[in-house]
Design a protein around this ligand. Structure first.
Ligand code: ZN
Length: 112
């Protein structure tokens, strides 16, 4: 069993509220939401950082995010996409991930 909480979510070892899944990507509602809509998007392959993630996987994640923001009805009013990396970037889980924040007017310091 992995120690990585996102890998455990991907493997359905712990429950989550999934909103999207395909062959490379899983997206689920953040358990501690910072906005009315707060979705975490992760690749199924565990990789630490954005800069270490394969380009084709990043492209796939971006494509999935486009579908999710449409499905979540975020396009008209807007949303924020956040990717934190490393200690200075405030990364809290060592599995590259993107936050989709929206559903309300976001503050300037809200960074996922
Ligand atoms: Zn992981």
């Amino acid at each position: 069993m992995s120690d990585c909480i996102f890998c455990r979510i991907i493997n359905n070892e712990i429950p989550s509220n999934k909103v999207y899944e395909d062959e490379h990507v899983v997206a689920f509602k953040d358990i501690d939401p910072l906005a009315a809509v707060h979705i975490v998007v992760v690749p199924k392959t565990c990789c630490l950082h954005f800069h270490k993630t394969e380009d084709n996987i990043l492209a796939h994640i971006m494509s999935a995010i486009k579908k999710i923001v449409v499905e979540q009805d975020l396009v008209d009013k807007g949303y924020r996409l956040v990717n934190n990396n490393g200690i200075d970037g405030g990364q809290t889980v060592d599995h590259v991930h993107f936050h989709i924040l929206g559903g309300e007017k976001l503050g300037s310091n809200l960074t996922g």
